[in-house]
Design a protein around this ligand. Structure first.
Ligand code: GLU
Length: 371
């Protein structure tokens, strides 16, 4: 029995395409009915649930009579737009049978990096939860194609977990969990029942290759679990086809792989900074600065080795050590051209070099989130 998980009040549950797709024959309606019923039970027990669901492309293909998944992105987007109607219709009917309202939320990763849109998404999601509604989130495939290309609703689910400060994130997949080797190649492969989100060995287990679907899938799941851990959210990766899986996991049964958020949650503002998945530039720092960052200090020009990219004051940039290891993401106080002029210089010389000083730090520690 897992007490922490049993006591989790706010849940984000993600159901992926592999589960929702009936071998190319549209939506898995039986599965969807069953998951909706389990989610309704969770609601009845006083838990709040945000559902992140794929399945729009699969349903769109059926509706359009397409036998084969198109290759062209614009056709996949068209299928997603048609299918999203069916997906939402299906969830709406299923939740209504349990007396629950549901709501459609279409998001992109970029919605999270724009401060205004992030705050808007956060307040509408929170309001929906307060109202007892089940928000059903999918990527807005019309304007973003991350999920179509990378199966990236895992990341979106983690960002949503950050957004609502979820206690638990349940990633339902077609695998029983995370294994220490690829179970299809190695019959000695063992399921990992529990790991810490900041344990680097996790990524080794999840594999490098995105071309092998389930392995690549596990990597995005591990990365999602790490991201979710920033809001103190614990992640469970479990088999969506396991009977009663949602209910059982929420009751504390140890199913699948549990990835524990071991560090204290960072502030909402820092989570937002860390959600900039495509920072505008990169800054390589020396050993001293790397140490200062690890100890939650600010980044000063003196500790910078090089800067690249295309950023201006206020943009998010990634800080890396000299071996290319990402350390932190932060909002920078100077444009790239300015940074290049003050690299390696003590802050007291900034005025003499630039003719003005915005701040003595390149990135203030309040505007920095560690990886
Ligand atoms: N977000 C899309 C969906 O819900 C993409 C999934 C896919 O590429 O199959 O269907």
């Amino acid at each position: 029995m897992d007490e922490t998980i049993r006591q989790a009040r706010r849940w984000v549950i993600k159901i992926g395409s592999a589960l929702l797709t009936n071998d190319g024959a549209g939506l898995n309606h039986a599965g969807l009915k069953d998951w909706a019923e389990q989610i309704a039970r969770l609601r009845e027990s006083g838990r709040e649930v945000v559902l992140v669901s794929s399945g729009a492309v699969a349903e769109g293909m059926t509706r359009l009579g397409w036998k084969q998944r198109p290759k062209a992105i614009h056709e996949l987007q068209a299928a997603a737009a048609v299918g999203q109607m069916g997906l939402i219709q299906a969830y709406e009917s299923r939740f209504r049978e349990h007396g629950l309202h549901s709501a459609q939320i279409l998001l992109t990763h970029d919605d999270m990096t724009n401060r205004k849109r992030y705050l808007n998404a956060r307040s509408s999601l929170r309001t929906l939860l307060d109202l007892g509604v089940i928000p059903v989130v999918n990527e807005n495939d019309t304007v973003a194609i991350d999920e179509i290309r990378f199966g990236d609703n895992d990341t979106l689910a983690a960002l949503v977990a950050n957004l609502v400060d979820a206690d638990a994130l349940l990633l339902l997949t077609d695998q029983p969990g995370l294994f220490d080797a690829d179970p299809r190649m190695n019959d000695q492969a063992q399921l990992i029942p529990q790991a810490n989100a900041d344990d680097d060995a996790l990524l080794d287990f999840a594999g490098e290759s995105a071309s092998q679907l389930s392995l690549g899938g596990m990597r995005t799941k591990v990365m999602a679990a790490r991201r979710a851990a920033r809001s103190g959210t614990h992640t469970i990766i479990a088999a969506g086809r396991e009977p009663g899986v949602i209910r059982r996991v929420a009751d504390g049964e140890r199913l699948g792989t549990r990835i524990v958020a071991s560090r204290k949650p960072v502030t909402a503002r820092k989570q937002w900074i860390a959600s900039h998945m495509r920072p505008k530039g990169e800054i390589v720092v020396d050993k001293g600065a790397a140490k200062a960052l690890a100890e939650c200090g600010s980044l000063l020009p003196v500790g910078v080795i090089s800067a690249s990219g295309d950023f201006v004051r206020g943009d998010a940039v990634r800080c890396m050590d000299s071996e290319g290891q990402p350390l932190a993401c932060g909002l920078i106080n100077y444009d790239l051209e300015e940074v290049r002029k003050i690299i390696g210089k003590p802050s007291r010389q900034i005025e003499a070099i630039l003719g003005y000083v915005d701040e003595p730090e390149l990135i203030h520690r309040d505007n920095m989130a560690l990886y």
